[in-house]
Design a protein around this ligand. Structure first.
Ligand code: S6P
Ligand code: ZN
Length: 197
């Protein structure tokens, strides 16, 4: 990641809500099936997709707003429609390293779900459509799932200092996975957590 520049002047960026492209944007990250390999339940499907070209699951565009006295950041993420086996495309999901740091997500295109789970095991779901805005309290891990036929695009607003902690998600996932059954999204217990019922 490039070093964050300090800018004490007002700044605006411009977002295309149809494509998730925004300018200026200092960094674009792309996550493919192989980057999320351990996150999906169907490991056979993971290996097949990687062998067939390793499709992109989502892109993240990021821009920091660092002044001499404050820090904020904007992320715009786009999950492309698709599944790995029966499980819908989703983000890795993370806790913030700083457990006092909340975040706001603003859905601008597509449909799906935001999964949130605290370290104590409180599991919450927000259903998303364009215009849904969710406040994620500190101490809740967050993952977005695209269950629709078009890209799911949202804006994330958070403090730069929040940080990303992926380890608990890599180790255990979320309480539920979201899979397609008879053309509809359904929530199933995470098979990696035998007691999540
Ligand atoms: C950062 C914010 C988002 C995510 C992005 C990708 O706090 O929540 O910008 O980084 O949506 O998700 P993940 O789980 O791969 O970082
Ligand atoms: Zn976050």
């Amino acid at each position: 990641m490039k070093p964050v520049e300090i800018n004490d002047l007002p700044t605006s960026v411009w977002l295309d809500i149809n494509t998730g492209v925004f300018e200026p944007c200092v960094e674009i990250s792309r996550r493919k099936v192989s980057d999320l390999a351990m996150m999906f339940a169907d490991q056979e499907a993971v290996q097949q997709l990687i062998a067939q070209g390793d499709p992109v699951v989502y892109d993240i565009r990021y821009h920091p707003f660092q002044t001499s006295t404050s820090d904020m950041a904007l992320g715009v993420s786009t999950i492309y429609p698709g599944k790995v086996g029966d499980e819908y495309h989703m983000t890795k999901g993370h806790f913030h390293v700083r457990m006092d740091q909340p975040e706001i997500y603003f859905c601008v295109r597509g449909t799906g779900f935001l999964l949130m789970e605290s370290k104590e095991g409180d599991f919450q779901v927000a259903e998303w459509r364009p215009g849904t805005i969710t406040h994620i309290p500190p101490q809740y891990a967050h993952r977005v799932v695209n269950t629709g036929p078009e890209p799911l695009i949202w804006v994330a607003s958070y403090h730069l200092a929040a940080g990303h902690d992926y380890e608990p998600i890599i180790a255990r996932g979320f309480a539920k996975i979201v899979v397609e059954k008879d053309g509809q999204p359904v929530f199933l217990p995470n098979p990696r957590r035998p007691n999540s019922g």
